[in-house]
Ligand binder design. Structure first.
Ligand code: ATP
Length: 431
């Protein structure tokens, strides 16, 4: 790369692969690269996706070079015959291709050590590089990345399509180079922070946030609803890194003061992990009694590494006779109120605590759908219960959605009820 390149602020992306156009692969590479670049103050100003076709690759990259002069491509670097990216772009730059013998030796050694055999011929193609190109080391696979730049400083960085390899190469090699270029002339960055909420509708959150007096947030706010709840994503643009960090920290604390109780974590936090940690710090243990969720709550808790010191176990009691025999639900309650009822979920929670020998019992019973709903108890009617150290709390959840969504929402609501109990002011004072 020549010395003294101009400050870098705008980049175009070209992602390559028939499978992207056909919709078999979601273009997660473009999303990842855009986020990583934003964090160093570089904007992706345009994205294009083309198939495995030399002419299409060449025309997309040429147009991007003409507009922006800074292009990242992913895909089409592998050893298979549809891997056309390097020759197509080499031709644009008027360069021939040659074999990079050093890379061949490196691959040969790698194949011997990892697979105990010599390098397949097809892999030699991966070592073909355009004249004058810089090889971007791939510590996560065998296709090297390529950096090609012309005399006027216009460049293309070619990365592999395999997401794990692409992410590794971005982090190891490309981002440091681009960050250096972006810093020339004083960099600004984009910073985002996500606060996760659950159990409060998007419109109610918005009412709370908008109706409160006080300082403006100072950052843009996006509402991102999903099956977990509503994520609130704050973003600041075009500020130097330190200032961006400070502004986003102030915005986050203002947001928490407005919607406080609904926020259970940040970024991609899992509510099950949060609840386990709260239990751990308070020496609480959990037992479960599940009906319509069929073990999903237990699965969510045990998916978290280290859950065994909090989660003891429990019972999946799909049929009423098991609710009676395992969890001690009374025949009378089942007959009078039905399995999906407050009376039954309370007894299930108490039974779950008892059989697990835990301090907390969690229970779920509901109509997950699509069949089984009645006028009185339509699909999505779910009772959740928490026996919190002997005090039983129950809530009615009116879930909406398909069977899987209703079941997941039931687990999320149960964990959220427990989180509130664990973090209630009385509990915090004691704990
Ligand atoms: P390979 O060595 O496998 O040939 P490559 O650099 O040639 O690597 P491709 O062949 O284009 O990459 O893609 C390899 C795999 O990576 C594809 O099967 C696809 O699953 C995934 N992939 C490619 N492009 C993307 C993308 N933009 N986003 C997410 N996944 C992608």
């Amino acid at each position: 790369m020549p010395s003294g390149p101009p400050p870098l602020s705008r980049i175009e992306l070209v992602t390559i692969g028939d499978e992207l156009l056909l919709g078999f692969t979601i273009d997660s590479n473009a999303a990842h690269i855009a986020r990583e670049l934003a964090a160093i103050g570089v904007k992706v100003v345009r994205r294009a996706t083309v198939g495995d076709d030399t002419a299409e690759i060449a025309s997309a990259v040429q147009a991007a070079l003409d507009r922006t002069g800074a292009v990242i491509t992913t895909g089409g670097l592998g050893p298979t015959s549809d891997d056309l990216t390097k020759p197509a772009i080499a031709q644009l730059f008027g360069r021939s291709m040659h074999v990079d013998e050093a890379h061949v030796l490196w691959m040969e050694d790698r194949w011997q050590r990892r697979f105990g055999r010599s390098l397949p011929l097809a892999n030699r193609r991966q070592a073909m590089i355009p004249d004058g190109a810089r090889v971007l080391e791939n510590r996560h696979g065998s296709a090297p990345g390529i950096w090609l730049e012309d005399d006027s400083g216009r460049w293309v960085a070619m990365l592999p399509g395999v997401p794990r390899e692409m992410r590794g190469m971005m982090a190891d090699v490309l981002l440091p180079t681009l960050a250096e270029r972006a810093m020339v002339g004083g960099a600004t960055v984009v910073r985002s922070r996500t606060l996760r909420t659950t159990g409060v509708a998007e419109s109610l959150l918005a009412d709370n946030i908008d109706s409160m007096d006080g300082e403006p947030l100072g950052a843009s706010l996006a509402y991102l609803p999903s099956i977990d709840g509503v994520d609130l994503r704050l973003t600041v643009h075009d500020l130097p890194p330190d200032e961006a960090d400070a502004v986003i920290a102030i915005a986050a604390s203002r947001l928490v003061s407005r919607v406080g109780g609904a926020v259970y974590g940040e970024q991609d936090a899992d509510l099950a992990a949060i609840v386990l940690e709260l239990c751990r710090s308070r020496n609480d243990t959990i037992g479960i009694g599940e009906s319509c969720t069929g073990g999903m709550l237990g699965a969510r808790l045990t998916a978290i590494p280290g859950s065994s010191d909090v989660f003891r176990g429990g019972a999946v009691t799909y049929h009423d006779d098991l609710k009676e025999s395992l969890l001690g639900v009374s025949t009378d309650s089942l007959a009078r109120h039905g399995a999906v009822s407050e009376a039954v979920v309370r007894q299930m929670a108490a039974g779950a605590r008892r059989i697990a020998g835990a301090s907390i019992g969690l229970a779920i019973t509901g109509v997950a759908g699509p069949t089984g709903g009645t006028e009185e108890k339509p699909v999505g009617t779910v009772w959740i219960g928490v026996d919190f150290r002997g005090d039983v709390h129950a809530r009615l959840l009116n879930a909406w959605g398909d069977r899987q969504e209703n079941r997941y929402r039931a687990t999320q609501a149960t964990l959220e009820l427990l989180r509130h109990l664990l973090q209630s002011p009385a509990e915090t004072a004691v704990g």
